[in-house]
Design a protein around this ligand. Structure first.
Ligand SMILES: [Zn+2]
Length: 52
């Protein structure tokens, strides 16, 4: 009867970091969906240095 509890964390509205799973400071622009911390590390790998 209380199946809605789990639905909160599923679906298209998910705003979590794909790498570490945190929901704080997640960057949605550029469809990255990763937090600022992981972004800096990933940015260097993919050559995306427009941030910071
Ligand atoms: Zn992260």
């Amino acid at each position: 009867m209380n199946a809605n509890n789990d639905l909160k964390f599923k679906g298209k509205g998910l705003r979590k970091c794909r790498i570490c799973g945190t929901s704080r400071g997640v960057i949605r622009s550029h469809r990255l969906y990763i937090c600022r911390r992981c972004f800096r590390e990933t940015a260097e790998k993919i050559g995306f240095n427009k941030y910071g």
